[in-house]
Design a binder for this molecule. Structure first.
Ligand SMILES: Nc1ncnc2c1ncn2[C@@H]1O[C@H](COP(=O)(O)OP(=O)(O)OP(=O)(O)O)[C@@H](O)[C@H]1O
Ligand SMILES: [Mg+2]
Length: 367
C-alpha cells in the first residue's frame, strides 16, 4: 500500500504538523512584540526527533505571511553568516524590487546597495557580516519590514553564533526590527562557555518542545488511517498513539510501519500492530538512542546503564551504589544528563529517562 501520509525522515516537512499550534502562536506573538523584547530572541530546545527543524520551517512560512523577511533555517556552521545574508537578500528582494540606488542623497539605508538588496561591489567584498546585516535591516526597515533569522542545530560555543549574537544586539540597539529564533538540543547551552554569548542565551526566551499529547496523536492517527482506508480498532489505535510517547519522529515511524504491515484487506489486527511497533522501535533505537549515547561520555553512559536496571524511575542513591560512587559524584552526572535532555528529574531524589526506548536499548546493548 502506498503511504502518502507518514514519512519518517529527519528534517522532512510532515504532511500535517501535529500538536504544535500553541507553540507556534507563542512564537508569532513574540514577533509582534516591539523590537528588543525578550520574546524576540528565542531558544527552542528539544530532543532528537522532537520536531525542531520542521517547526522552524513552519515558523518561516507563518512569519512570512505576517510580512517578515525571513532567513530560512541555517545550520550553525562555518559559512552560516554568509548564508544568512544571502537568504535575507533572497526573501527581501520582492519588497525592494525596482528600486535603483540613488547616486547621491537618498535615505541613509540605501547606501552601499547596487540594486534591490544586492550590495555594491565594494561592500560585498570588503565589509563585515555585521555591516551587511545591519544595512539589510535598515533598508528593509525603510520598507516597514522586519527581519527574522532562523538558526538550526545551535552550537552555543561556535564563533559564528558569537558573531551573530553580537550583530543582533547591535541591531537591536539601533531600534531596528529584528528577531532571532535558534533551535538546538537541550544540552546546547549547558556547554561551559562563559562569555556574553552565554549571558545572551540565558536571557533569551526558552521554549521546550514538549512531547505531543496522546489525544492529539490519536486524533491524527484516526484521520490518517481513515484517509489511507485502513481499519484499525479504537483500542489498537490508542495503543499505537501511546506507543509514540509523544515523540513526533516515533509517530512518523509507527504510522509508516502500520501502513507497511497492513494486510491486503486493510484490516490491521493485533499481530500487524505488534510487528509495526517493534519495527518502529528498532528504527528509533538506532536513529535516536544510538546517536544520543554516542554524544555522551563513558561515565554518563555508565550512569544510564545503572538506571536501566529499574523498571520505572531510579533513585539516585541506588544509581550511585550500582556505579560504586558517592552520591555527590553521581549528582554531577545527574545534572549533566538532565542538561543534555536525556533524563529528567522525577520525584525527589529520583530520575527517569526522557528519551523513549532508551532504557530497553541500554539493557540489550550492554547485556
Ligand atoms: N509536529 C509534528 N507532527 C508530525 N510530524 C512531525 C512533527 N514534528 C516533527 N515531525 C516529524 O518528525 C521527524 C523529526 O522531525 P525533525 O527533523 O524536525 O526533528 P528535530 O528535532 O529537528 O531532530 P534533530 O534533533 O535530529 O535535528 C520528521 O520525520 C518530521 O516530519
Ligand atoms: Mg533537526
Amino acid at each position: 500500500m502506498q503511504d502518502v501520509i507518514f514519512s519518517p525522515a529527519f528534517g522532512n516537512r510532515p504532511s500535517y504538523l501535529v500538536g504544535r499550534e500553541a507553540v507556534l502562536s507563542k512564537l508569532l506573538a513574540g514577533l509582534r512584540c516591539p523590537p528588543g523584547s525578550r520574546e524576540r530572541a528565542v531558544m527552542m530546545l528539544g530532543q532528537r526527533g522532537s520536531g525542531k527543524t520542521v517547526l522552524l520551517w513552519e515558523l518561516a512560512d507563518r512569519a512570512r505571511e505576517e510580512g517578515f523577511v525571513v532567513a530560512n533555517p541555517t545550520v550553525a556552521s562555518e559559512g552560516m553568516l554568509e548564508r544568512i545574508v544571502e537568504k535575507i537578500q533572497d526573501d527581501g528582494e520582492r519588497y525592494v524590487k525596482n528600486q535603483r540606488a540613488r547616486v547621491t542623497g537618498g535615505t541613509l539605508g540605501a547606501l552601499g546597495f547596487s540594486a534591490g538588496l544586492q550590495f555594491s561591489r565594494d561592500v560585498q567584498e570588503s565589509k563585515s557580516f555585521q555591516y551587511k546585516l545591519t544595512s539589510l535591516c535598515r533598508k528593509l526597515a525603510s520598507q516597514q519590514r522586519g527581519v527574522l533569522i532562523l538558526v538550526d542545530e545551535l552550537q552555543a560555543n561556535s564563533p559564528e553564533i558569537r558573531q551573530l549574537v553580537i550583530a543582533y544586539q547591535e541591531i537591536v540597539g539601533e531600534g531596528l526590527d529584528i528577531a532571532l529564533v535558534m533551535a538546538g538540543l537541550p544540552g546546547a547551552v549547558s556547554a561551559t562557555l562563559n562569555d556574553h554569548v552565554l549571558t545572551f542565551l540565558n536571557r533569551a526566551r526558552k521554549m521546550t518542545l514538549d512531547p505531543l499529547s496522546t489525544s492529539d496523536v490519536d486524533a491524527f492517527f484516526a484521520r490518517s488511517f481513515e484517509k489511507l482506508r485502513l481499519s484499525v480498532s479504537p483500542d489498537l489505535r490508542r495503543e499505537a498513539a501511546r506507543a509514540t510517547q509523544g515523540s513526533p519522529y516515533l509517530l512518523q515511524l509507527i504510522g509508516h510501519n502500520v501502513v507497511a504491515y497492513a494486510p491486503e484487506n486493510g484490516v490491521v489486527g493485533e499481530k500487524e500492530l505488534g510487528d509495526a511497533l517493534a519495527s518502529a522501535q528498532a528504527d528509533f533505537e538506532s536513529d535516536v538512542c544510538g546517536t544520543a549515547l554516542a554524544a555522551l561520555s563513558g561515565k554518563d553512559v555508565e550512569f544510564l546503564q545503572a538506571m536501566a536496571c529499574d523498571d520505572g524511575a531510579s533513585r539516585i542513591a541506588d544509581v550511585a551504589e550500582r556505579m560504586g560512587v558517592t552520591q555527590d559524584y553521581a549528582q554531577k552526572y545527574r545534572r549533566r544528563l538532565i542538561d543534555a535532555g536525556v533524563i529528567e528529574a522525577a520525584r525527589r531524589g529520583e530520575v527517569s529517562f526522557a528519551v523513549p526506548h532508551l532504557a530497553s536499548y541500554l539493557r540489550y546493548q550492554f547485556e
